[in-house]
Design a protein around this ligand. Structure first.
Ligand code: HEC
Length: 85
């Protein structure tokens, strides 16, 4: 029973994260889709506001071999990640 409550909270917070990024308004839904499918396998989905647009350039390149992305996919993802409301 002691383990149950923390697990419930964790599920709740992870749920919220996904929801935030899915419900955010974007001109680049393809980029979001790619980001969610390519980048969420190994760690949590970082919010795009957690990093500056210039940092995303570096991050996406450094994750290239891990995520097996093509240049086209990276361009699409970066449009989404660097977009600011
Ligand atoms: C195969 C597993 C894997 C995939 C796929 C992956 N990552 Fe990562 N990512 C890691 C690991 C491991 C770390 C932590 C160690 C490191 O920095 O290399 C990390 C760290 C990060 C960080 C934190 C960097 C920091 O400065 O703390 C960000 C942001 C990130 N990844 C974004 C992405 C993005 C964007 C994609 C998709 C293009 C992606 N990751 C795909 C394994 C992965």
């Amino acid at each position: 029973m002691k383990i149950f409550l923390p697990l419930l909270f964790l599920t709740f917070f992870i749920g919220c994260y996904k929801q935030t990024i899915n419900s955010v308004n974007t001109k680049f839904p393809e980029g979001r889709k790619l980001y969610l499918s390519k980048c969420g396998g190994c760690h949590r989905i970082y919010d795009r506001n957690e990093y500056e647009p210039a940092q995303w350039d570096t991050i996406v390149v450094s994750m290239r071999t891990k995520a097996k992305t093509t240049v086209d996919q990276e361009r699409e993802m970066l449009l989404f990640l660097k977009e600011r409301e």
